[in-house]
Ligand binder design. Structure first.
Ligand code: CP
Length: 335
């Protein structure tokens, strides 16, 4: 494996193989497998889970990691080509990225969507530009429309919860006071499709996921024996659901239009998921969310603190699946 950028780059068998390795590393720790190897982590945006779990994963495999958060203890990095750098940023990524790459055996990059132009964000051009500046194996720590490490951890969580391979998976929009990116819903949609699930994307009008992402997921679902539909009705969508995966995202109908997006979200401020949403689901239907989550804004306390919640298991699973990714990327390569 040379890079880990998108779950869609892998066959279903390769994903199952990675998950098997993650389970094996949990059962049989390999504390020296990556001795002497170094992982670099570049966070252009904040993190708790991704930052901590990748450092922990390298430590548990005998390697080490450094983390760079530009503008917070290290130089602000300019990403625009041709920029006249007479303000905040002291260094350009064209120098900064190759320098970081020269210190490590693999590099993870987090770079969120700009949120201005949907086509541009869908193209992942900004992430690709950074990726093109280094020649070590790369890991996507969350880009404009992808978060493959989260998706892989969520697949493992679904397996542990004994959610049937063709079970009903509802990916539900929820309110958030700020416009959030499409990365998690896009990655999780694709994961559930690849797993062969019957997926319903539940969202208000104006929040449909882009057709490019839906079509990509539909192809994956068809190949795995699953299906994808859409709904605007929480109670109908959650009927007989096995999982409600809640996530907040910005209005795609008003992408890049701050005022339009804010108004669209404000109209659905009551989309705070609570126990009432599960009236038509069965008792074992689980609640998933990638975290961080705003309590009583996106999801009610009663759910997060109740028996449906699998959110802490999801967060924990970031560790073993990322150990598997690092193992595949770095074990066996020359130092
Ligand atoms: N779910 C997730 O990626 O969390 P962080 O943003 O805290 O890394």
């Amino acid at each position: 494996m040379r890079q880990f950028l998108d779950l869609a780059d892998f066959s279903r068998e390769q994903v199952l193989d990675l998950l098997a390795l993650a389970r094996r590393l949990e059962r049989e720790p390999q504390p020296t497998a990556l001795a002497g190897r170094v992982l670099g982590l570049l966070f252009m945006n904040p993190s708790l889970r991704t930052l901590a779990s990748f450092q922990a994963a390298m430590g548990r495999l005998g390697g080490s990691a450094f983390a760079i958060t530009p503008g917070s203890g290290s130089w602000q990095l300019e990403t625009q080509h041709g920029a006249i750098m007479d303000s905040g940023a002291a260094e350009h990524v064209r120098e900064g990225l190759p320098v970081l790459g020269s210190y490590c055996d693999a590099l993870g990059i987090r770079l969120f969507a700009e949120g201005k132009d949907l086509e541009s964000d869908l193209s992942e051009q900004r992430f690709r530009t950074l990726a093109g500046l280094v020649d070590v194996p790369l890991i996507n720590l969350e880009s404009a429309v992808n978060h493959p490490c989260q998706a892989l951890a969520d697949w493992k969580t679904l397996d542990e919860l004994a959610v049937p391979a063709h079970g009903k998976f509802v990916l539900s929009w929820a309110y958030h006071p700020r416009p959030l990116p499409l990365a998690v819903p896009a990655a999780v949609l694709h994961m559930a499709a690849m797993r062969g699930m019957r997926v319903t994307v539940l969202r208000p009008e104006g929040f449909a996921l882009p057709s490019e992402l839906m079509d990509k997921a539909r192809r994956a679902a068809a190949a795995a024996g699953g299906a994808i539909e859409e709904s605007c009705e929480p109670h109908a969508a959650l009927a007989d659901a096995d999982v409600a995966y809640v996530k907040e995202w910005s209005s795609t109908a008003h992408y890049g239009d701050a005022a339009g997006d804010a108004a669209a979200r404000a109209r659905h401020a009551d989309w705070c998921v609570n126990e009432q949403w599960f009236a038509a689901a069965h008792g074992g239907c689980r609640l998933m969310h990638c975290l961080p989550v705003r309590r009583n804004v996106a999801v009610a306390d009663e759910l997060l603190d109740g028996p449906r919640a699998a959110v802490l298991r999801q967060a924990y699973n970031r560790l073993p699946v990322q150990m598997a990714i690092l193992h595949r990327l770095l074990q066996g390569t020359t130092q």
